[in-house]
Write a new protein. Structure first.
Length: 279
């Protein structure tokens, strides 16, 4: 990444316009285990409906913690990871150092999905992956457009985008802006909503006689290998913040020559709808 791009990221953070995702993922690395890496591999295999990625090229747009770049590499893919946040780039570099030191088949760099020239310079990939990233760019539809550029003919695009809940989504946007307004806003939002998340899960389990919170936490980790606490922080601070209805994403890529292969929605709820498109 060029120095001006690094500086722009720092300026956006200082103005309260961008959450420091990389700082959060750096803390997540302290809890990372081989089991979580294995669960991330399972998540990729389930959505892509494959058992391995040997001989495939994999582009991770907004690699974040680096966990899914690592999972793809362990499944045999040649991986190229990039992120706009310098600390997130550092996270991926740390995972490469731990698991694949000196590996020529895993490239990591800083870059922006909003930079069309940069995306075009990367070439074509069998799998382009961007989970929970494009809605945090500040220009989601341009990011969606650019994410399709590196997909090879016959390749696949795997993305996850926040579900549009109408008024609820607009209110969450205000919460995120408050979180980034300064230390007072951050502490207020954290105290209120993390307590709410914990009590909501506990109350649901008690009222419906469902699994206890520990079991729920275990299930969450099994689904994507992530830490629920770090994901809560990512959610509360995650700004810029945009949303889309599933049909909007479907129509957007259909008009650009993509065919929907797999869709997993949150049923109108809060979280990411997941899409796998073929080109």
């Amino acid at each position: 990444m060029s120095e001006p791009l690094v500086s722009e990221h720092a300026k956006e953070v200082a103005r309260g316009e961008r959450f420091k995702f990389g700082e959060n993922w750096s803390r997540f690395h302290e809890t990372l285990s081989d089991k979580r890496v294995s669960e991330a591999e399972k998540s990729l295999k389930q959505m892509l409906e494959v058992e391995e990625l040997e001989g495939k090229s994999f582009l991770d747009i907004g690699s974040g913690s680096g966990l899914f770049s690592l999972a793809a590499r362990r499944l045999g893919a040649r991986v190229h990871s990039f992120d706009y946040d310098p600390q997130s780039v550092g996270c991926a570099c740390e995972l490469k150092r731990r698991y694949f030191p000196g590996d020529a088949d895993w490239m990591i760099e800083e870059g922006s999905v909003l930079d069309r020239d940069y995306l075009e310079s990367l070439g074509k990939f069998d799998i382009v992956y961007s989970w929970g990233v494009l809605h945090h760019t500040g220009a989601m539809w341009q990011a969606l457009e650019n994410a399709g550029l590196p997909v090879a003919d016959g390749g696949r695009l795997f993305i996850a985008i926040y579900n549009d809940q109408g008024g609820k989504s607009r209110r969450w946007r205000k919460v995120k802006q408050l979180y980034l307004s300064g230390p007072l806003g951050k502490n207020l939002v954290s105290a209120l909503f993390i307590s709410y998340f914990i009590l909501k899960g506990l109350g649901r389990d008690l009222l419906l006689e469902r699994r206890n919170p520990v079991a729920r936490y275990t299930e969450y980790k099994r689904a994507r290998g992530m830490s629920i606490m770090h994901d809560w922080v990512d959610w509360l601070g995650g700004y810029p913040f945009e949303v889309a209805r599933p049909e909007e994403i479907f129509e957007f890529y259909r008009d650009r020559g993509f065919v929907l292969e797999k869709l997993v929605t949150v049923g109108g709820g809060l979280a990411n709808n997941q899409f796998v498109f073929a080109k």
